[in-house]
Design a protein. Structure first.
Length: 265
């Protein structure tokens, strides 16, 4: 749902030329019915590049300074660089560029979802149980439940409402940013005490009190995700969706707009 909303917002931001190119690329791939549909493609079972959906941060990290995946070879940073180049590469076939478009839309959504910029040992909250009205892990709560419980299940309607709420000053500020900024924003949310993902301990963010990380075979912790939790986190999710959509739109305009304007993102 989050990916569909982000790409619906981005589509509303496109220039006429960029929109026409996006539509042409979507039509060139048999698996895609729309741009929003294409943006969910990367999560299909058996899809490759599973190690590029996140950024693993060290437990003792004091922040994200560069577009480095270290110690991993690949991550969202490298994925965004690759596909933002491939989507505008006219030496590639239309279906190849369509795949790059689908991945790029997905990556921008992922880097704005806080628990995709998180810790490896608990798989970004996939190994954190939750109790309450939602299903699945804490990661899935942020992927889906907060959106559906707070905003509904019609991605296009949600996107139009969120897009209409963006001011010109917000749009300008959000466009003037980098992938490091996007990841830093997500990590700041990830480590908030109110998110209940990790526990502050001597400048680090531990899995739980007296347990720095989740080791294989250990019992997973449980976080209470009730109505007050969902209500508290909804404004943050709204903001992440809006920022992701605006930034994706700006990136696609820069890559797919007039040739003389490309690369100005």
């Amino acid at each position: 749902m989050g990916h569909r909303v982000v790409c619906e917002i981005a589509f509303l931001e496109l220039t006429d030329e960029a929109r026409a190119t996006v539509e042409r690329l979507v039509e060139a791939h048999d698996d895609f019915d729309s741009f929003a549909d294409a943006c969910t493609w990367a999560d299909a079972p058996g899809r490759a590049r599973k190690d590029e959906h996140y950024i693993n941060v060290l437990r003792d990290s004091d922040g994200i300074r560069t577009e480095s995946c270290d110690p991993a070879e690949k991550c969202l940073f490298s994925a965004i660089r690759k596909d933002s180049g491939d989507v505008s590469n006219e030496s590639h076939s239309a279906p190849e560029r369509a795949v790059a478009l689908a991945y790029l839309g997905h990556w921008i959504g992922d880097i704005h979802q806080p628990l995709h910029v998180a810790f490896q040992d608990d798989k970004g909250g996939n190994d954190v149980r939750q109790s309450g009205s939602c299903l699945g892990s804490l990661h899935l709560v942020w992927d889906l439940c907060i959106i559906e419980e707070g905003l509904g299940s019609d991605a296009r309607s949600i996107a139009r409402a969120l897009h209409a709420s963006v001011t010109d000053s917000e749009r300008a500020a959000w466009r003037d940013s980098t992938a490091v900024d996007w990841a830093t924003e997500s990590y700041a949310v990830t480590t908030r005490e109110t998110v209940s993902y990790c526990v502050a301990d001597s400048g680090e963010c531990w899995y739980e009190v007296d347990n720095e990380r989740l080791d294989p075979g250990e019992v997973e912790k449980t976080v209470v995700v009730d109505a007050p939790y969902l209500e508290l986190q909804l404004p943050t999710v709204r903001e992440r969706l809006r920022k992701a959509g605006i930034r994706l739109g700006a990136l696609l305009n820069a890559r797919l707009g007039p040739a003389e304007d490309r690369g100005r993102d």
